[in-house]
Design a protein around this ligand. Structure first.
Ligand code: ADP
Length: 309
């Protein structure tokens, strides 16, 4: 195989009570990437369409993640990368993660698959470090493994793929405002109160339990964030209104996707997710902000090969 074309999906990280540890993969939104072997050694990003992003290998998350992989697994040829962005950078639905994960996935395939998808996570995390300053795994893990994932430890890293009910649907709204990850991080408190921590880890454990047992009551009761959302939601115009309409339309829960500005809701069944989408649409029309709305099944597969030759 000399060339591979990939679909690299968007993802939702944090998922209310799972700050920095939970994430899930979306289905209809994503980037495409073409990666091919070249006789010239190294990583060469030759084309980016859909957005203005750096072509320099060291400045692009795809390049940085790919170089990290090649450092541990050197080979006597190089790779050319083309990126067709479908996910806007800084949207909060894993734009950098799609490129980081796509680069290492594609190169691994072209090298004859020496590594598993799980083993690729630590290299994709190097791209995330470039984008946000911290090597977090909560977006790249669901992109590589599909479904819901839990970051038990990001240092090792130790990532657990979680089961989830097939009737679970996500509605995601992306208000097209600029919200820098650094600003979204800056509003967070360095210290948290014990009573809030207890509430949060109770909810996180119940959410994971609900995903394992298809218990929608448990999922609904636990999609609560008492630590991050109270501070961060103020940076997203209309967040409270979106959350209210999502819950009134039947969503199990609604929260900030990644570090925002996207907002996600989870629902049982496509019909409810559609009602949530309509509710969000009618509500956000009144704000003078451009936005995009997406309805998605939880993508069980993650990155997919579109074609290869
Ligand atoms: P998201 O919130 O959608 O996950 P991030 O804020 O994590 O997006 O990442 C976006 C940052 O990463 C931007 O500063 C962008 O310039 C940088 N970046 C570098 N390479 C890429 C790439 N290939 N795709 C997306 N963002 C990239």
């Amino acid at each position: 195989m000399n060339e591979i074309k990939l679909f690299c999906p968007a993802s939702v990280a944090n998922v209310s009570c799972g700050f920095d540890v939970l994430g899930f993969c979306l289905e209809p939104i994503g980037d495409e990437m073409v990666i091919r072997k070249t006789s010239k050694k190294g990583i060469h990003i030759i084309k980016i369409e859909g957005q203005k992003l750096p072509l320099e290998t060291q400045k692009n998350v795809a390049g940085v993640a790919a170089l990290a992989l090649l450092e541990d697994h050197p080979c006597n040829y190089g790779f050319e990368i083309e990126i067709y962005k479908g996910i806007k950078a800084g949207s909060g639905i894993g734009s950098s993660a799609a490129s980081s994960a796509g680069a290492v996935f594609g190169i691994n395939e072209l090298m004859g698959k020496p590594l598993s998808r799980n083993e690729l996570i630590k290299y994709a995390m190097k791209g995330e470090k470039l984008a946000s300053g911290s090597a977090h795994a909560d977006n790249v893990s669901p992109v590589l493994l599909g479904g819901f994932t839990l970051v038990r430890c990001s240092k090792t890293p130790d990532i657990i793929a979680l089961p989830f009910p097939s009737e679970l649907y996500a509605t995601v709204i992306h208000p097209k405002i600029e919200l820098r990850t650094s600003d979204a991080r800056a509003v967070l408190k360095k210290k948290i109160y014990l009573d809030k921590a207890i509430e949060q880890w109770g909810n996180l454990a119940a959410l994971v339990s609900g995903l394992y047992t298809n218990n929608f009551d448990s999922i609904k009761n636990s999609l609560v964030d008492v630590i991050i959302e109270p501070h961060r939601s103020a940076l997203i115009p209309g967040f409270q209104e979106l959350k209210k309409v999502a819950i009134e339309s039947g969503a199990l829960g609604c929260g900030i996707s990644g570090s925002g500005p996207s907002v996600f809701a989870l629902s049982k069944g496509h019909k409810t997710a559609l009602e949530v989408q309509n509710g969000m649409n009618n509500t956000y029309k009144k704000f003078n902000i451009e936005y995009e709305l997406h309805l998605s099944r939880i993508n069980p597969k993650g990155i997919q090969i579109i074609s290869s030759k």
